[in-house]
Design a protein around this ligand. Structure first.
Ligand code: F6P
Length: 320
């Protein structure tokens, strides 16, 4: 192993830059050369690869986004795309690749490995936390805190106006982000794709809340749990309350990473390089409890990660 490549793929996540910095500096420490790939798999297809040195990753540990940029790339889902990636990797003399991204990026990485035999290590980074094999992903903690920052402010105005708010958070098809945000915010309700909900029931409970002198009620809803605008309409219709919708959207994906996201990125990046040096073929780094671990790359996107239902139930009890 003499020269490694690093690429950020899929949706960006705060802490990706800290991971790039860690990979570059740990690789240089071990005498390796590092090539950065621009624009995710699109850049790998188009051969947008350039050397990274210690100075090229200065001043980025605290910056959200990714200095390498990223892209949603449809072409990587085709055999032609995989072949072109294989060509770029060969032409650049890359002996091992580190892919920083989520489940979709790791699926593609597995296919690139199958086609090329090139050692690949994944570093999980997504605000959705929906990657199996790791308790948490780079960016997840930051996105929770970013959402809380805004919802704390929503609570103030909701209370002043005695309104109900539906706040839609990201998470794709999963409710990891919504559960953490809802629990930390003291949300009255959390709607997630993993649990069926009954809106009529929720309306009755909102009315009970009013009777108990609740001045504001916040429903944190995962984007995958339904149509938030339609839910707002139905609640207004059934209760007659003033209901407002806030869709947090991409604001959750930006901003400086929290200490937790940065430290995780430092540890994941370092371990990814070490795994390549130890001869790993197709792995992902992860964290289990306080231990940094290595798991098979296929497992990370084939398996469905369990949601911690005890947190959801606790949020329900605490919202009374
Ligand atoms: O995977 C991260 C994520 O932010 C999801 O939560 C969201 O569904 C999706 O990406 C949005 O993707 P895009 O930025 O391509 O619209």
């Amino acid at each position: 192993m003499r020269r490694i490549g690093v690429v950020t793929a899929g949706g960006d996540a705060p802490g990706m830059n800290a991971a790039i910095r860690s990979i570059v500096r740990v690789a240089i420490f071990h005498g390796l050369k590092v090539l950065g790939v621009e624009r995710g798999y699109a850049g790998l297809i188009e051969g947008q690869v350039h050397p990274l040195d210690s100075r090229s990753v200065s001043g980025i540990i605290n910056r959200g986004g990714t200095i390498l940029r990223t892209a949603r790339c449809e072409e990587i889902k085709t055999s032609q795309g995989i072949q072109e990636v294989k060509n770029t990797l060969k032409a650049s003399g890359i002996d091992g690749l580190i892919v920083i991204g989520g489940g979709g990026s790791f699926k593609a990485a597995s296919e690139v490995h199958e086609a090329s035999g090139l050692p690949i290590v994944g570093v999980p980074a997504t605000i959705d936390n929906d990657v199996a094999g790791t308790d948490t992903t780079i960016g997840f903690d930051t996105a929770i805190n970013t959402a809380l920052f805004t919802i704390d402010r929503i609570r103030d105005t909701a209370t002043s106006h005695e309104r109900v708010f539906v706040v839609e958070v990201m998470g794709r098809k999963r409710g990891f982000l919504a559960v953490e945000v809802g629990l930390a915010e003291g949300a009255e309700f959390i709607l997630i794709p993993e649990i069926k909900y009954n809106l009529e029931d929720i309306c009755r409970k909102l009315e009970q809340g009013r009777r108990k002198s609740k001045t504001s009620q916040i429903i944190v809803m995962a984007e995958g749990a339904g149509n938030s605008a339609a839910i707002v309409e139905q609640i207004e219709r059934e209760t007659g309350y003033e209901v407002r919708l806030t869709v947090l959207g991409h604001a959750q994906r930006g901003g400086p990473p929290t200490a937790r996201s940065r430290i995780l990125a430092n540890q994941f990046g370092a371990y990814a390089v070490e795994l390549l040096l130890k001869g790993a073929k197709k792995n992902m780094v992860g964290i289990k409890g306080r231990r940094i671990v290595s798991v098979d790359l296929d497992y990370t996107w084939k398996e469905r990660k369990d949601l911690d239902m005890s947190r959801y139930r606790l949020a329900e009890i605490l919202s009374s």
